[in-house]
Design a protein around this ligand. Structure first.
Ligand SMILES: NC(=O)c1ccc[n+]([C@@H]2O[C@H](COP(=O)([O-])OP(=O)(O)OC[C@H]3O[C@@H](n4cnc5c(N)ncnc54)[C@H](OP(=O)(O)O)[C@@H]3O)[C@@H](O)[C@H]2O)c1
Length: 266
């Protein structure tokens, strides 16, 4: 299985490159998703599987760079999908919990209505829609709150932050290590999974709960409301993804987010 991977320097791409044997791994310098070179690059690589781990992920900055976010997250996945269709390749693509508005009181399932609150969510939803419309074989994996021991993420921000801290306690979600995503992505490809799946660990928390779990009970952290912490982009109050469909395909339970965080601590 020859894989063309985008986003090799990102949290998920970094892990995937290390787990794949036959891979052409690209970064922005070799394959810029905001540029014109996608069809020529894919034609030359002739992959069996394209894994698109690259994305415009700066949620707040996307509010002032809507066109760029839409091109990288919305238009480029559609172009990759067109190339996948032409080659008969599978396109694996990541999407986000931020396609939802957060009004639901229970975890979101794949068939729930989407209604993004911010430009990032809109651009990621556009990517999903263009992939589906292309008619290519695809696996779209929605995930949330991705973190790793490297890169830009909440886990490292908390570890490096000066206490006392104030952290939002009224947004719920599921922290997801990039290693978990990479491993289960490969398992799902091996099981010939296709379509739309929510891929997150089990359980849920708030950003405050996540911070408390990262830093421990003795850390100086105060829970606050979203209204006390102004950001450019609005975020959903509930973006917990239900992973039951992925669990059924994988044939077993998925680990709890706390167990995975403990492993990260070593
Ligand atoms: N991070 C999260 O919390 C989160 C939550 C839900 C869903 N997701 C989704 O999960 C996937 C993986 O996210 P991640 O956390 O691994 O992201 P990440 O660490 O921010 O990495 C994104 C990668 O995309 C690359 N990239 C950005 N613009 C590009 C362009 N124009 N051309 C080529 N490459 C470009 C970046 O390159 P540079 O290093 O050069 O910028 C980086 O390597 C994405 O689809 C994301 O939307 C992430």
């Amino acid at each position: 299985m020859k894989v063309l991977l985008t986003g090799r320097s990102g949290q998920v791409g970094w892990e995937l490159e290390r787990l794949l044997d036959d891979v052409v791994a690209t970064d922005r310098a070799t394959l810029d998703l905001s540029g014109e070179g996608i069809p020529a690059f894919v034609s030359k690589a002739k992959p069996d599987v394209i894994i698109n781990a690259a994305a415009y992920t700066a949620v707040d900055k996307a509010e002032s760079e809507k066109n760029l976010a839409m091109h990288v997250n919305g238009v480029a996945p559609g172009i990759l999908a067109g190339e996948a269709k032409r080659l008969g390749a599978l396109l694996v693509h990541y999407s986000t919990d931020y396609v939802f508005d957060g009004a639901k009181k229970a975890p979101y399932v794949e068939s729930d209505a989407t209604a993004p609150l911010n430009a990032y969510g809109e651009s990621k939803l556009e990517g999903e829609q263009r992939i589906r419309a292309s008619g290519c074989r695809h696996l779209i994996l929605r995930t949330s709150w991705v973190y790793a021991p490297r890169g830009r993420n909440f886990f490292l921000t908390m570890k490096n932050a000066k206490q006392p801290l104030r952290v939002v306690d009224d947004q719920r979600g599921v922290p997801t290590p990039s290693r978990f995503l990479a491993e289960y992505t490969i398992s799902l490809i091996r099981k010939n999974a296709e379509g739309l799946l929510h891929l997150v660990p089990s359980g849920e928390t708030t950003w405050y709960g996540f911070a408390r779990a990262i830093l421990g009970e003795s850390a100086a952290i105060t829970p606050i409301r979203s209204s006390e912490y102004t950001t450019a982009a609005r975020r959903p109050a509930n973006s917990v993804l239900d992973n039951a469909k992925a669990r059924a395909i994988l044939g077993g339970n998925l680990p709890d987010w706390r167990t995975l965080l403990t492993k990260m601590h070593g």
